[in-house]
Write a protein that binds this ligand. Structure first.
Ligand code: PRX
Length: 652
């Protein structure tokens, strides 16, 4: 079938451009050619157990070697059974033992411009001390530690200190609301809270402690709170509950051996949106996750000794877990961490950082790239970006225009772009070009990594014909996969393993082109992607209807130049009121219930929501209205979509 025909059926985007890596890049790469990739991929496919067994023996430290590589009783998996390891040891002690303790682990820059550097030895010492602090407050293996902190070295230190003890961290992005923290703390049964007095954002100070105080009032399981002094604002400290980080650290010893932990000891919980109103606590465990983060980091970012690597993600998201902390640090990389906004004090902050620290690898998100394009090339032109050799993208599909700009303007035409497809649930990158081996096509995540076995299937679970779109599934376990949803095995089964029996359902649609390249085509469920972050439309709807003025709400994504998708909410009211006032009140309400990232851009009031005869909200129609494809008059007052609905009552 020709590419043209495939395109007609499945996608309006037909991208023919092919960008092979330069010879110079390939020659120096870990994986140098398509043939080499194919050999590795085939080896893993023939005998995945053997493949991962070798990887695990060679790339993790074992206090006790494992006796069995894989136990797979679908949908529950155990990797490296009987073995004992420790992710904090692999990230720190292993480098010191190998005589590499003086390598720089973290180069950090705060938003106001303050700088710090920590070698692996120094980081080890901080982590040990903080692990002792946690112990002194009663934290033990298996306890859940809730972390709500800015992007400071202490955030990574806190994560690694938990890992050292076998305590389970639950990092909550510092933009979430008090309600969201309390929900997550409650679901996880968190025992202790870590936070800071505040954080810097675009030159302003935001108080985190205040938000945490509100959250802790509704988090009965949390008995203690450690507060990092970051901005020096006034905070209230509750005696007996709240402690200053620096005061506890003063007394702490830096002798704290890593606890040998069973491979399947939970390492962290990370909450993410699903297709229902309640966020899911995705559960990852120690050995499999750690190995997967390390190997995918090394393969995809082609890591070399002299690299200065910068992943711009916050540790509040999975990208920060896997590719700021666990992947690069297990690999012994030098990681740049930046605390603040990309446009403070000016729109060239990223380029300034790259020039200043001679960054060689940049991993960022399409939403950021689109913002840079909008801000203008002159910000880029001021800086020398010649240190860059590789670029990465994550969070959503990268549109070809943004890809080309990233390639030419940032990469100077010489840097491969790795468009990495993966999810919170997968633990690490699943599909991506290997930069020395696989020619890229703008907008495609190209091929699966070794050990990853994707399938594209129809509603009956049958493989679709090449070129057709279908549900993207993974038909064999991999070490980084989620082990479940915290406290809810049934939801884990229902969500990921039921619709297509025997396969992990990713929730994304995809197609494969005539070169076997994969193209992600968006979600199959009611999850939208705002600035690379997953939000469930139902979660936002639940927040809206919890406001006393709201009778019913339907939330859809609408195309947005910068964010990819923005939120439009259609709302019917219980009470009459001044429209503009209500609109503001509802926006603030969602902010309070979830956080700023879920605040609708657009709220439209309607006398009734368009529904099918069977009573289902016609979301497709609402999406068309939100995108401006259906003209429906004045949007400042009450609208009535039921007429349109009657015209389109065929929608399921
Ligand atoms: O829809 C896919 C999209 O983001 C979802 C995963 O979101 P999250 O768990 O928050 O993790 C984001 C960081 C890994 C996926 O189901 N997505 C992520 N990366 C890509 C992508 N869509 C297309 N191309 C990508 N490279």
């Amino acid at each position: 079938m020709s590419e043209q025909l495939e395109g007609e059926i499945d996608t309006v985007m037909i991208e023919q451009r092919l960008f092979p890596p330069t010879e110079q890049f390939s020659q120096q790469a870990r994986i140098k050619s398509l043939a080499e990739y194919q050999t590795l991929y085939d080896e893993a496919r023939r005998d995945p157990t053997k493949f991962w067994e070798t990887q695990a023996r060679e790339h993790l430290h074992w206090f006790t070697p494992f006796s069995e590589t894989l136990q797979w009783e679908a949908p529950f998996v155990k990797w490296f059974v009987g073995g004992k390891t420790n992710a904090s040891y692999n990230c720190l002690d292993a480098h010191i033992a190998a005589g590499r303790g003086d390598r720089t682990a973290i180069i950090w820059e705060g938003e106001p411009g303050d700088e710090r550097k920590l070698t692996y030895r120094q980081l080890h010492s901080e982590v040990c001390r903080f692990a002792n602090v946690l112990k002194s407050l009663g934290v033990q293996t298996g306890d859940v530690v809730s972390i709500y902190m800015p992007m400071t070295p202490e955030l990574a230190i806190a994560m690694l200190a938990c890992a050292r003890l076998g305590a389970v961290h639950s990092v909550i992005f510092a933009g979430f609301s008090a309600e969201a923290i309390a929900d997550r703390n409650h679901d996880a049964g968190a025992k202790i809270q870590l936070t800071s007095d505040g954080l810097y954002r675009r030159g302003k100070v935001l108080s985190l402690k205040e938000t945490v105080d509100q959250a802790l009032a509704k988090s009965p399981s949390v008995k203690k709170c450690i507060v990092l002094r970051r901005v020096g604002n006034d905070v209230s400290m509750q005696p007996g509950r709240d402690f200053w980080w620096h005061e506890l650290m003063e007394q702490a010893s830096d002798d704290c051996p890593a606890v040998p932990l069973d491979s399947e000891t939970p390492l962290f919980i990370l909450y993410t949106s699903g297709s229902t109103g309640k966020p899911k606590g995705i559960r990852h465990t120690t050995a499999g996750y750690n190995l997967y983060a390390r190997r995918t980091f090394e393969w995809v970012f082609d890591h070399r000794e002299d690299d200065i690597y910068w992943c711009t993600a916050d540790c509040g998201w999975i990208t920060g877990h896997s590719y700021v902390v666990y992947g690069p640090m297990t690999a012994g990389a030098t990681v740049l961490m930046y605390e603040g906004a990309p446009n403070f004090p000016a729109e060239d902050r990223f380029w300034d950082l790259i020039e200043k620290y001679r960054v060689t690898i940049l991993y960022t998100a399409p939403t950021a790239i689109r913002a840079f394009i909008k801000w203008g090339d002159h910000h880029v032109d001021k800086h020398d970006l010649s240190s860059l050799r590789l670029l990465g993208s994550v969070g959503e599909g990268i549109n070809p225009e943004a890809w080309m700009w990233y390639h030419t303007k940032i990469g100077g035409g010489r840097c491969p772009i790795v468009d990495t497809w993966w999810q919170t649930e997968t633990g690490g990158i699943m599909m991506s070009p290997l930069p020395g081996a696989i020619a890229t096509k703008p907008g495609s995540c190209t091929k699966p990594l070794p050990g990853v076995s994707p399938r594209i299937v129809d509603d009956n679970g049958h493989d679709v014909k090449r070129g057709r779109g279908g549900m993207l599934c993974i038909d064999y376990p991999w070490p980084g996969m989620l082990r479940g949803i915290w406290g809810d095995d049934q939801r884990y089964r229902d969500q990921y393993w039921t619709k297509v029996p025997g396969m992990y359902l990713t929730g994304d649609n995809a197609r494969q082109d005539s070169d076997d390249y994969y193209w992600i085509m968006g979600r199959i469920d009611d999850v939208i992607n705002v600035s690379g972050h997953r939000l469930s439309t139902i979660e936002v709807e639940s927040a809206l209807v919890s406001h006393p003025a709201v009778a019913e709400a339907a939330v859809v994504g609408k195309p947005d130049e910068i964010k990819g998708q923005a939120i439009t909410a259609f709302v019917t009211l219980r009470v009459e009121g001044e429209v503009e006032e209500l609109r503001q009140a509802l926006k603030m309400h969602v902010r309070k219930e979830i956080g700023a990232l879920a605040q609708p851009d657009d709220i439209r009031f309607t006398s009734a929501l368009p529904k099918t005869r069977s009573g289902k909200i016609m979301r497709r129609l609402l999406r068309d209205i939100a995108a401006g494809k259906e003209q429906v008059g004045d949007t400042t007052t009450l609208e009535d979509y039921t007429v349109l609905a009657r015209l389109r009552d065929d929608e399921d």
